[in-house]
Ligand binder design. Structure first.
Ligand code: SF4
Length: 361
């Protein structure tokens, strides 16, 4: 007997995933299409309302999936309560000789240590540079005060984004963007593997465009990912404007956030552009209040005692100074402060479309 196919379309509330769903509905039998939405818990409510509207408009159910970190948080509670480590963590700096040449690291016999690195597709062996400790280091162990503070708030809230940050003791950042993996990719993959276990062959429709980012410039249109699992990316050659035009030509609504000037929709993103953040703060001040509450709670659950939603690398020792400069209210003030944002606010008093895609009729 031939295995049945299931075409899984991951919908985010953005234009690309909506266009992908429309293409799937045009090309594949409706019964074979499964639309999923990975709910991060950090979306602006307008996006949830848009998904409801999309369901009614297209006559298809969008399955809402949510990550659950209860077990991880329980594990962290135990870890924090039992932590008795004694070592310290140090920052390091590279060592150079009197001529300014890097000093190689050696083992206890005096042999130079090497590592293998890959450059332009070629593997090269190069010496490891010696480093020295800088400063007095930080205690690795949780202090009793920090333990009490963290154990007070380390409980699952049911919101995937907040629970993930409570578990990690920090918000994601550009360098550690674990939110995408934990809240979206892993959940979608687990759902597809479940379908495969039920005996289906799965085609994962992904609304990825090559011109979106350098990481995606080599994205393949069709890819065999694993047994019974294929990725299909019908929009790889499209531009953002083509996607918008296609959705509109199909008579399908777009997320209203685009008309409000957001360049990307879905989460209030840790990578938000200045303008996006200013727009969110202006139109949805309650979201900023929510993020400020999250910063407080995640800060309580972290060893350092503070955490900021929009992280920046910061070497300063004074935690209060870092938090004062980087907390969400300070970031919003920065986003609103210069480079014409106040002009934009003047415009926002009027019922105009602020979209970059010309969504206003
Ligand atoms: S990277 Fe941004 S949009 Fe993606 S999950 Fe993280 S916060 Fe949300």
């Amino acid at each position: 007997m031939m295995a049945q196919f299931r075409h899984v379309v991951s919908v985010s509330g953005g234009k690309d995933s909506t266009a992908t769903l429309l293409l799937a509905l045009n090309k594949v039998q409706r019964e074979q299409i499964v639309a999923i939405f990975c709910d991060t818990g950090n979306e602006i409510p307008v996006t949830h309302a848009y998904l409801d509207q999309l369901e009614c408009h297209l006559g298809i159910q969008i399955h809402r999936l949510k990550a659950d970190f209860s077990a991880e948080i329980a594990g962290k509670r135990l870890f924090v309560a039992r932590d008795q480590r004694t070592r310290r963590e140090y920052r390091t700096a590279p060592v150079f000789d009197a001529q300014g040449q890097p000093v190689p690291k050696r083992d206890h016999r005096g042999n130079i240590l090497y590592r293998t690195v890959r450059r332009d597709g070629i593997e090269i062996r190069e010496p490891i540079q010696k480093t020295r400790k800088v400063g007095g280091g930080r205690r690795v162990r949780w202090s009793n005060k920090a333990k009490r503070r963290a154990l007070n708030v380390l409980y699952p809230t049911g919101n995937p984004f907040l629970d993930l940050c409570l578990w990690k003791g920090r918000f994601p950042s550009r360098m550690a963007q674990f939110c995408t993996e934990e809240l979206k990719r892993n959940i979608a993959v687990a759902y597809q593997l479940d379908l495969i276990d039920q005996g289906f062959c799965v085609v994962s429709w992904q609304g990825i465009r090559r011109d979106e980012s350098p990481n995606r410039r080599h994205a393949k249109k069709v890819e065999h990912v694993g047994p019974h699992l294929w990725a299909f990316r019908p929009l790889v050659d499209w531009t953002a404007q083509q996607t918008v035009d296609f959705v509109r030509a199909q008579g399908c609504p777009l997320n209203p956030l685009y008309s409000q000037g957001q360049s990307r929709v879905g989460c209030v993103c840790i990578n938000s552009k200045k303008m996006d953040l200013a727009q969110v703060a202006f139109r949805y001040p309650e979201e900023v209040t929510r993020l400020a509450e999250w910063e407080h709670r995640v800060g309580e659950a972290s060893k350092r005692g503070f955490s900021t939603f929009m992280c920046d690398a910061d070497d300063r020792v004074d935690r209060r100074a870092i938090f004062a400069d980087l907390n969400i209210h300070a970031r919003v003030a920065w986003a609103q402060g210069d480079s014409g944002t106040m002009d934009l606010f003047d415009q926002l008093e009027l019922p105009v479309c602020a979209s970059a895609y010309g969504l206003c009729e």
